[in-house]
Design a protein around this ligand. Sequence first.
Ligand code: MN
Length: 443
Amino acid sequence: MSAHAPSSALVENYHDRTASERHLPQHIVFWDETLRDGEQMPGVHFSTREKMQIAELLSDMGVSVINAGIPVVSAEEAKTVSAVAHAGFKAKILAAGRTVMGDVEAVIQSGASHIAIFVAASNVHLQYKLRMTQDEVVAASVACVRRAHEAGLHVAFVTEDTVRAPLDFVERLYLAATEAGADRLVVSDTVGIMTPLTFRWFLREFHRRVKPKDWSVHCHNDLGLAVANTLTALEEGVNAPHTCVNGLGERAGNTSFEELVMDLETLYGVRTGIRTERLYELSQLVEGLAGVPLPPNKALVGYNSFAHEAGIHSHGVLRHTLTYEPLQPEVIGRHRLFVLGKHTGRAALIEKLKERHVSATDEQVTQLLERVKREGEGEGKQDVNELVRTYRAHFVNPGIKDAEFWELVKASGIPVPDAPFTNSSPPSGAKTVDPSPHKGARS
Ligand code: MN
């Protein structure tokens, strides 16, 4: 049993009862996507220096594979990927590209030892986005995988939207990629529509048909299930999960690195090899560099994750932390916090007084408690309201501001009328579906 697991005579650990149903891999290869999918989050961009800083910490903490980016995105990005690839980090540096030969050549040029070659698999992507037939997708994939393999790269073959693609095509495509030299196969839930039970079924079917030796999942959090689905995948033997620090990524983001690591360590007693005591430092670094503030109630790394205000909770934690904490905050490099306010109780107050070696009579504590509660109830909210307003104003229009964009248009010599313009949603021309989420998910 791991030192992190809350196992003692004081609590029952029913995870032991399900151990035989888990088929965790012998070795988990953590494949971090913070610098690629995380950076694709609207409004987020990392400089070369920032990517180096994040990659260095990820590598020091024991992450096995770091996706540094897509070299064909820009000349600057190609330089950044190359810098990360040549920095001598312990982690393997991966760069990504489409099933386009120029993309593959750019990755080879970058000096990355690993490549992820991606193409879409579902009919909606093939028909509306790629405008390619299944035969064309197979041919492009095979050619690009073969080229990268022959160049000596470790090749991961990725399909977008795997879990909404016809299984017969998925089987054919992945078998062809394997035959062409792919070392690792990546299954993606690109729009985050799997549930643990359905994903389990899908992965078993994939395994039965394709028999991968080394496989990954790439999960999105659109419906809040990315971590749960990734955990399910590991239980099915998937060995190289994709994660992003703080759950960054397109739209609602990807599987959160810190959550997945601590789920494994805390709940299943798995030794991940990740230096968990630096998880909070990593989270704070990425929060700052990405410019994406964490919600206070974010699992593990949110400000409130180890904070207690309610009297009953504080009292319990002061007597034994197992009462209201699933793990010790120090395990991820944090400390617990007792917050004073409307819900404070006597025990937390007495503990607080000890900070300055102050002792008080019962009567004094009762009086002080009344004052603290009144102060908590009467506390102004202007500061926090202002913070929320500023936050919304920023995130409602991240990235290049509208006015800046139209200036860039004019600077490019394109005539722009001065009339007011409006954003249309959905974009004109895009096909859409019945707004019922049930029907949408099926289409
Ligand atoms: Mn993604």
